[in-house]
Design a protein around this ligand. Structure first.
Ligand code: ZN
Length: 709
């Protein structure tokens, strides 16, 4: 009997030990007892390299974020899943990899309505939810506003096509809006604050411009830290605790591997991000800091929900970092990443890959494998020698659920306003037809010099040096004739420089050379519609009428061409179709107004033009049309004022300059008339206005003679 008891006891002991090993049922430490009473502050700092912060050994003085890192946990091994703003933030807010949430670039994608995000979950459990974003790539139109009670994307409005304005706002302005909102919340709140300042161009305000004259990027980082101070202080104060998460959407290459900014490669300078977590009401330390626990953007949503005791949605790839810290989980999870902008916009090979622990695999025509522990600069590609490891990591890449590079989903055609705003921020979009196979010549490593030239072209254009930008895009066309984005850019620059015939010829040549992308045909059609060949424009653009989701700028071009051909009823039908698809399309309202004007229907013209101007008060063509309506209605003064504004917002409104001259002369205001006539003669392109220029010159001579008498 005794022996038997002993045996049973022995078995029981062994059994329990076995269970304990396999099933760690340790209760949670008090540090992060789930607490639904906590506030949530998520701060995303755009374009912030992990090594830029003081706490990470960087050159910028960042006392506010350093303090957060000292009080909470600073993670040294954190990765993003995309190296561009919108897809990366979409991963942060949905807890999904880009191939699952579907947003693959800054343009052409929307987060689907009805998505589950951090904001929709927190709103559902009773949180007040507010978002405060610093720049256009996170505009509400892309769908990240889902679940937010307040989505503040008022970074300054610029609807003027081709303007050199920056659709962004300073961190202190974003922070002021966020802190004002937080102070108004009577109950638990969850705020997402996005600041854009470290993004190029690097122009820190005083005194950081002087203090960091030799390193303006670090100056922007130091400025951003100072701006975030009041927000972090507010989050620490108050009766409730706050879960604070600070990270970056991606880093900045700053010359690494030949890349200047971000969005080309996915080396560590752009993929590795800072990551700091703090729980201000914790009972004791969250865990050792710094922590080398591998963390990912997809972990943010499960972590936040875990800290609040809210159930996470099923099927997420991420895990709660707080739990992993507590349980000492050291198994590195795979972290998927991609850089698809060059593939989507330029037709270069798609870049995807995976980080697992210290190993990083980049899937390209010339594949790469790095050991980040011994080679943090990613200078020694272990392939093809370590093909055994490549096969293992390829397996881990597939384990993430990655469906392969061909599944990038359908892109939406953005309108000219969106393209122009993104271009102002340095994002040049384009369309491509995917190839069946990509070779070494399509590998971005072989094309990094072209990327540098493209970036330089954007900089030249932004600083008003359009002729130099044009010369550069001509070089790019010679270097890679198949890349239609350079051809489109060259055509755009020629058009902007007052050479419409050159713009049209550039795109015709693109089609002859086989650089055939939908964008090229549509843009050529638009230029032809406005540039005196409406018949040909209709031939190119008419097929859009049979598409379910046509390019709306292309349809506007078709309507303009039909109107030029005198087919006004068909033109109006095209504009109405646009307004069915996009009721706020200012261009369609404007074009309808113009058609009504040519038909002499003043009341209808006024209504359509007013709608266009309601949407965008600075639309020059609508202002010009409204001037005509006012004049024909006997309101000469109102008409003149509308025209003056038209040429103020766009000095290339040559018809308006001409109209102003003629009308002011008619009203006896010779001096004012003379000024507009002179501007017309000086700037109007002779290709379109030869006859008018001759007539105006004659009038100016007559005015000069008369004033001598
Ligand atoms: Zn970004």
């Amino acid at each position: 009997m005794t022996a038997r008891h002993l045996t049973l006891a022995g078995i029981a002991t062994v059994g329990l030990a076995g269970v304990a090993l396999l099933w760690p049922l340790r209760p949670h430490r008090v540090a992060f007892t789930p607490n639904r009473n906590r506030n949530v502050l998520l701060v995303t700092i755009d374009t912030l390299r992990a090594d830029a912060l003081g706490a990470y050994g960087g050159q910028a003085a960042t006392p506010n974020l350093d303090r957060l890192a000292a009080e909470g946990v600073r993670f040294t091994d954190a990765h993003a899943h995309s190296v561009v703003t919108l897809p990366s933030h979409t991963s942060i807010l949905t807890g999904l990899y880009p191939f699952s949430h579907g947003v693959r670039d800054n343009s052409g994608y929307r987060l689907a309505p009805g998505a589950t995000t951090l904001a929709t979950v927190l709103k559902h459990v009773g949180y007040a939810t507010g978002a405060f974003v610093g720049a256009f790539p996170l505009d509400a139109r892309w769908g990240l506003n889902q679940g937010f009670d307040d989505y503040d994307d008022h970074y300054g409005n610029t609807n003027r096509i081709g303007d050199l304005l920056m659709p962004e706002r300073r961190a202190e302005v974003v922070v002021a809006a966020a802190t004002a909102w937080i102070r108004q919340q009577p109950d638990t709140w969850a705020a997402w604050v996005h600041v854009y300042d470290p993004h190029a161009p690097y122009r820190p305000p005083a005194p950081f411009d002087q203090q960091y004259a030799g390193n303006p990027y670090a100056g922007e980082v130091a400025y951003t830290d100072r701006a975030l101070g009041p927000l972090l202080d507010l989050a620490r104060s108050g009766p409730r605790g706050t879960l604070i998460v600070v990270t970056a959407d991606h880093g900045e290459a700053l010359g690494s591997h030949g890349e200047q900014t971000h969005g080309l490669f996915a080396y560590e300078p752009t993929l590795h991000v800072p990551f700091i977590v703090d729980v201000t009401d914790r009972a004791h330390a969250l865990g050792a800091s710094p922590s080398d626990l591998p963390v990912r953007h997809v972990d943010i949503l499960p972590t936040v929900l875990d800290a609040l005791g809210v159930a996470a949605p099923n099927g997420l790839p991420g895990r709660s970092i707080l739990r992993a810290l507590d349980e000492g989980d050291s198994t590195p999870p795979p972290s998927y990443f991609e850089s698809l902008s060059p593939f989507l916009n330029r037709g270069w090979a798609p870049l995807t890959g995976v980080v697992v622990g210290h190993e990083k695999y980049i899937d390209l025509p010339i594949p790469e494998l790095y050991d980040l522990a011994t080679d943090p600069g990613e200078e020694h590609n272990l392939l093809p020698a370590r093909d055994d490891r490549r096969r293992v990591l390829e397996g881990r890449l597939r384990d993430t659920g990655w469906p392969g590079t061909n599944a990038t989903g359908a892109r939406v055609q953005e309108n000219a306003e969106v393209r122009s705003r993104l271009q102002a921020l340095g994002y040049v979009s384009g369309s491509t037809v995917p190839k069946a196979r990509y070779t070494d010549d399509d590998d971005p490593k072989r094309l990094v010099e072209l990327d540098r030239m493209i970036q330089e072209g954007v900089n030249l254009f932004q600083t008003g040096r359009a002729r130099e930008a044009l010369a550069l895009s001509e070089q790019l066309i010679r270097r890679r004739p198949s890349m239609s984005s350079s051809r489109l850019h060259a055509a755009f620059l020629r058009w902007a420089l007052g050479d419409p015939a050159g713009a049209i010829e550039t795109l015709r040549e693109a089609l002859r050379a086989g650089a055939d992308a939908p964008d090229v045909r549509i843009q050529l059609g638009i230029y032809l519609a406005e540039g005196g060949s409406p018949q040909e424009a209709v031939r190119l653009l008419d097929p859009l009428q049979r598409e379910a989701f046509p390019d709306l700028d292309g349809l506007n071009g078709l309507g303009i061409a039909l109107s030029h051909l005198g087919r006004q009823a068909e033109a109006l039908a095209v504009f109405d179709r646009i307004l069915q698809l996009d009721p706020n399309n200012a261009g369609a309202h404007q074009n309808k107004g113009t058609v009504y004007l040519t038909q002499g229907k003043l009341a209808e013209a006024r209504e359509s033009l007013a709608r266009a101007l309601q949407r965008d008060p600075d639309l020059p063509v609508a202002l010009n049309g409204m001037g005509v309506v006012e004049l024909k209605s006997g309101n000469a003064r109102a008409g003149i004022e509308a025209w003056k504004r038209a040429v103020q917002v766009d000095s290339r409104q040559y018809d308006t300059l001409f109209n102003l001259g003629v009308t002011l002369l008619d009203m006896g205001e010779r001096e004012a008339a003379r000024q507009y006539f002179e501007q017309f003669v000086r700037t109007a392109p002779p290709a379109f206005y030869r006859k008018d220029i001759e007539n105006v010159r004659a009038t100016l001579r007559r005015l000069a003679q008369e004033s001598k008498k």
